[in-house]
Design a protein around this ligand. Sequence first.
Ligand SMILES: Nc1ncnc2c1ncn2[C@@H]1O[C@H](COP(=O)(O)OP(=O)(O)OP(=O)(O)O)[C@@H](O)[C@H]1O
Ligand SMILES: [Mg+2]
Length: 573
Amino acid sequence: MHSVSHSRQSIHQLSTQLANQIAAGEVVERPASVIKELLENSLDAGATQIDIDIQAGGTQLIRIRDNGFGIPQDELALALSPHATSKIRSLDDLIHIESMGFRGEALASIASVSELILTSHYQDMAWSIKYKEGEFDLTPASHPQGTTVEVNNLFHNTPARRKFLKADRTEYRHVEDVVKRIALARFDVAFNFKHNQRQVFSLPVATSDENKLQRLTRLINKEFIQAAVHLNFENAGLKLSGWLATGEYSRSQSDMQYFFVNGRMIRDKVITHAVRQAFQETLFPGRFPVYVLHLEMDAEQVDVNVHPTKHEVRFRQGRLIHDFLFYSLREALAQEVGDKSGDSFKVAGKGFNAHTYSTSFNSSGFPSQHTHVSEASAAYSSLPYQNLTNNEDISKPLGLAIAKLKNDYLLAENKDGLLVLQLKQAREILVQQQIENSLATQSKLISKPVLIPFNVSIDTNAQSWLNKHETDFQQLGFEFAVLGENEIMVRQVPAMLNATDIKHSVNEYVSYIINNDSDLLPALINMIVNDDFSNSPTDWNTLLRDLEECGLDKFENCYHQISDKDLSSFFKK
Ligand SMILES: Nc1ncnc2c1ncn2[C@@H]1O[C@H](COP(=O)(O)OP(=O)(O)OP(=O)(O)O)[C@@H](O)[C@H]1O
Ligand SMILES: [Mg+2]
């Protein structure tokens, strides 16, 4: 057994070199992690061209050259020092980090476990700094605009770490993976990648759709592109874009899932869950979707200072992100399935058929928290977001809703026992009452934005139909926009519309109005009352609270109380 000496030794400060080597343990695990750090530095320096050269899987040599803004001579030594960064100045800056780096640790760590040469051109001068065993050596150099970092003999001075390296082949595969990910994150940057002097790939800047698809084909594969939907959704300060393979192409493992948040590749439970849910109906169990997705949001909405390698982040509004992703992806998938029966839009020429779906609009904001998320929230039941219901509701007269039964009843628990509510009857009375109140007090119904605006096809001229009804629709809480000759976009719906499938309901409603030329209001009440009521416990409880507020005497015939005594009498021997 390993024996530990218990005799005391004096406390002493570690040498900078040793402290850096220990810190390096966090970020510099293998050649691939060095390359990730160096590439991120180049991107932070605004590079548009990055050349990556490695030897022996990166264990002998890693050389990254960029055309970024460079480092002045008098800051070169600082760049290699621990806790030195140009990217943040104060704690406040940590709240909205827009650069990939911010810890000021990477170069110091890498330098402490390798022989590192940093060469940079800044304002017509180029200098090189060599770092070995704690010594700096600064010499004039010749270098075009930008910076080159050369890392030789990684872990030469830390044999324990070196031993953990795998065969060059394996290390190479990890490096390739990192380079691929970063190339998928930044289509606006050209990448040149060589291993043992042989070119692996050379990717030009990809601005056109065609160039992007070429890069995707090179980095993923052709099958992906053939089954891919291109999507582009924007709402409430969140922007989701990228490509998603439909059910036609999937994998037996989750190895082709690329998700970037503000350009950073991350792994995150909220995201994985939302994607899985969106695919639930189109993928067989055990199959994994393939995607390259970019989510962009205000830097303040995401905390990147969670883990040294920055692979994990924390969202300030996880629920919102989850819902936005889920609805966007599901929408893209649903449209794709719908498209199979009609015309599909092909990206110009080249035989690629990545279909594009996009919505871009400025809605007045998301529904507040989860209360008015428009569709099935039952999908989230396995998420650890169990603040859906408020336990204090149990002490209210109609209690806490716990289930929807046979689509027609709500089962609730209150202080006296159980309560069964007949949904249709109760909602009919309530909706009538709410509409009367709203129209009397503010002459319009309360409206809510739909999470993802959707399109409705109509068999009449959209513009003249809308012109005719616009003010009436607004009064009822709808907001429509003309999309095409026979198509409208739905942005807002009446807040009291709580169906499981709002899109379907609005479709039915609109076509009913067109075909029957009936009054808008009675048809709306009819639609609301006859819809499959929401699957969301939040909506159930909102309904109960609304009934109480409206006056329980109006609903006497709509619910039945089963007291605790009644309950136990069912089971008397
Ligand atoms: N390729 C580069 N071009 C221009 N400046 C660079 C480059 N690489 C590093 N630097 C400068 O050197 C500093 C230190 O880099 P380093 O990677 O150690 O820290 P960081 O990027 O600030 O933070 P992190 O440790 O999170 O990566 C950077 O803040 C930047 O100013
Ligand atoms: Mg860095």
